[in-house]
Design a protein around this ligand. Sequence first.
Ligand code: ZN
Length: 289
Amino acid sequence: MDKMETNNMFEKAPTVLSKGKYLEIVVKLTLQDDAIIRSNDAEEVLTYKYKDLGNRFIIPWRKIKGKLRRLVMEKQRGLGIEPNCHLKDDLCMTCPSCFIFGGTGETSKAKVPYNLLSRIMGETFISLTETKEIEPYTQNAVDEVRLDTRREGSSTGALMSILTVPAETEFIGVITLRDPTLEMASIVIDNIGRLTRLGARSVEWGKAKADILGYKFSDRETMYSIELAKANGEVNGLTKSLNDLPMVDAAYKTLNDAVKKELAAKGLKAEKSEKGKEKEPEDVVAEEA
Ligand SMILES: [Zn+2]
């Protein structure tokens, strides 16, 4: 299945309420050089011991989503579309980026009485190779050093872990787009290709390369990173490329107009309703931005 007619799989226009159409995009991230992960955040998960896969490096979905969102916003700004839309409290709630990644109206500067559901979903990316056992509080010269900076007699202190992920480590995962239009797919696919570095403040990744292994349309999420990792990234039955995707710059402009039209059609406006009457938030669920 190299190419297939995919036009009828896409929504004609963005819709605020979900229609239950899913486009799953299988993505492989390959590190181009060694990456150093420094973390003093106890919540930060860098490796995980899977029952069937052993100990693996992992990249939490929120890191990939956060980076992808920044890339989408950056490019959108470059096209002059809602250039003042910013994370986290200055979301405009009317642009392609807000529509794809979601947002909470009340806490955004726009102060709109609605939330936007995230159209993009994902899960933890898992390395295709095992990492050595991580032993907390011990020094493992090759793979991991944990530095306990806690001073004697002090009840507080920072615990820092430093972890090296070797070059050529491959990570597999699925990014799912809900109720996609051709424009949404074009934007997300273009920006997956721009994922050349990952991480937030506490993580420094080396350069990476993102490859899309294929696509699948469904009425639900059907693929899981853990299954893909078990299969060593070999997935059968994927569509290799999508026909008729618009050029990305045009896609941003078309989607921007279409989102504003859809919000207006649903009566979702930037101002609160007249005469001081608070409008009830629409029945749209927000997800983590
Ligand atoms: Zn926005």
